[in-house]
Design a protein around this ligand. Structure first.
Ligand code: NAD
Length: 493
């Protein structure tokens, strides 16, 4: 069986001298088989990773920008050449289909490309002669050792949201990926070393709560980037900020798609199906609620059924598959529970995916397409983040009622509107309480040079991921006021 180790100081690292860690099991979601054991760090391994990052910081922070940029360009080329290998690791441990895994790598590469332009992004501001012989310069400097903690659903992309920008800014990094899909991050670290990232600048530490808490409390960690579920985001935000660290913690989501009767309903149904069921709904940008206004509901539901029932569900490494399994058996069973309870809470169960399986792969974590109509906003399926291939349709009489439903959610990651009415779309953009908004676009994932983040329970901390906000998060400002005598210069009158 494969062993997935930590990566500390530029090489594989199994345990610290005291061996405080343990091992976790990695499974293939399509077969249910255990395919690897992954090292699970304790406090000693966390210490070793932070120590390696701290040592590397002393020289990395002053490594010339030109050299850092050259390394990042080499890294970009290596990642590009290994897209398929990274995607295969994602599929083997997370379960998503290869095309989705490749798309994930492509979105991660966008941020490496952004990091290649760090020279422009780090340029400071100068005001000369603010007073006689006095100049003022605003510069930004790195923070030190930064920690990044990521979820299972994007094993490569979310890592790439974090460390390329952090190290480009001159920080060193300890990355704690999800133990459910840990291998892609290790390949990312190996390729970084091959590109010339010095030992200790990027470290990978596997583990769960013990490792995370050790990092959150560590006095040598300056900042923490987190992406995961809302309860853990809240924990990370409060615990790390209590010890004085800078924190950005992105949480869960329940993304609404508001459909007005004047929308192109075929396009809306197509969008709902790909955004709700793509990657088996395990995307923080997935549409999990359609709010259908007036006559849109009766017209939309059959269109969604027609398209959703045509999706081919199967193992992610089969090119015919359009949707793969869920990540673990426990998660699959939790998702199924929501469908089981929906009818009793008033929903019409239009499609029930609980009985689905794949012949020959009956031990995989399969869940077919589920569609719940006329869902009550008091029900569990509506309120909770299900994170599976379950789409809820909520009916509303008017736009005002619909926007009230969208804004009543405790989550505020993304929201979209489908309409042909520019005025309604404009009003929605202004009124909706979400950090990312789509107009006739179901999953408005910002491109790399904008930035990513939600509102309300979907994000804690005031910095978003990537774009110019990453430069602000991973650096701190310094303003230098200087006065140099110029003996031959006449004093101004
Ligand atoms: P999770 O919160 O269970 O885990 C995230 C990370 O935290 C992992 O590295 C995990 O090992 C660690 N962790 C888990 N429990 C912990 C605890 N009690 N204390 C400290 N650390 C802990 O999330 P997940 O199940 O891996 O990922 C799915 C969730 O992530 C969903 O809620 C999804 O919406 C969210 N997500 C959000 C975004 C976003 O941008 N807002 C993006 C992707 C995923």
């Amino acid at each position: 069986m494969k062993t997935v180790t930590h990566w500390i100081g530029g090489k594989p690292f199994v345990d610290a001298s005291g061996a405080s860690g343990t091992w976790g099991a990695v499974t293939d979601p399509a077969t249910g088989e255990v395919t690897a054991r992954v090292a699970m760090a304790g406090a000693e391994e966390a210490d070793a990773a932070v120590a390696a990052a701290k040592e590397a910081y002393a020289t990395w922070r002053t490594t010339p920008l030109a050299r850092r940029i050259a390394i990042l360009f080499r890294y970009r080329a290596l990642l590009d050449a290994r897209r398929d290998d990274i995607a295969a690791l994602i599929t083997a441990e997370q379960g998503k289909v290869h095309a989705d895994a490749l798309a994930e790598v492509a979105r991660g590469l966008e941020i490496v490309e952004l990091a290649c332009g760090i020279g422009t992004a780090l340029k400071g501001d100068t005001s000369t002669e603010v007073s006689s012989r006095v100049d003022v310069a605003s510069i930004r400097q790195p923070l030190g050792v930064v920690v990044g903690i990521s979820p299972f659903n994007f094993p490569a992309m979310i890592s790439m949201w974090m460390f390329p920008m952090a190290i480009a800014c001159g920080n060193t990094f300890v990355h704690k990926p999800s133990g459910k899909a840990p291998s892609a991050s290790l390949l990312l670290a190996e390729l970084a070393a091959e590109a010339g990232v010095p030992d200790g600048v990027l470290n990978i530490l596997h583990g769960g709560k013990v490792a995370v808490d050790a990092l959150l409390d560590h006095p040598d960690v300056a900042a923490v980037s987190f992406v995961g579920s809302t309860p853990v985001a809240r924990h990370v935000y409060s615990r790390a900020s209590a010890s004085g660290k800078r924190v950005q913690a992105l949480g869960g989501a329940k993304n609404h798609m508001l459909v007005l009767p004047d929308a192109d309903l075929d396009a809306a149904a197509e969008a709902a199906v790909s955004a709700a069921y793509g990657s088996a709904g395990q995307r923080c940008m997935a549409v999990s609620v359609v709010v259908a206004v007036g006559s849109a509901g009766d017209a939309l539901v059959p269109r969604i059924v027609e398209r959703a029932t045509k999706l081919t569900i199967g193992p992610g490494n089969d090119p015919k598959s359009e949707m793969g399994p869920l990540v673990t058996r426990a998660h699959r069973d939790e998702v199924a529970e929501y469908v089981a309870g929906a009818a009793a809470q008033g929903a019409d169960v239009v499609l029930d995916g609980r009985g689905f399986t794949v012949e020959g792969l009956e031990n995989g974590y399969w869940m077919g397409i589920s569609l719940l109509d006329k869902v009550s906003t008091d029900s569990d399926a509506y309120r909770d983040e299900i994170f599976g291939p379950v789409l809820c349709v909520v009916r509303a009489e008017t736009y005002d009622e619909a926007i009230g439903i969208v804004n009543g959610s405790r989550f505020g990651n993304a929201a979209s509107i489908f309409t042909r009415d520019g005025g309604a779309a404009r009003r929605f953009q202004r009124e909706v309480e979400a950090g990312m908004v789509g107009v006739n676009v179901p999953m408005p994932v910002p491109v790399g040079y904008h930035s990513f983040g939600g509102w309300k329970d979907s994000a804690f901390g005031d910095h978003r991921m990537y774009g110019s906000e990453a430069v602000h998060f991973y650096t701190q400002g310094k303003v230098i006021t200087s006065l140099w005598p110029e003996p031959d210069r006449p004093e101004p009158r």
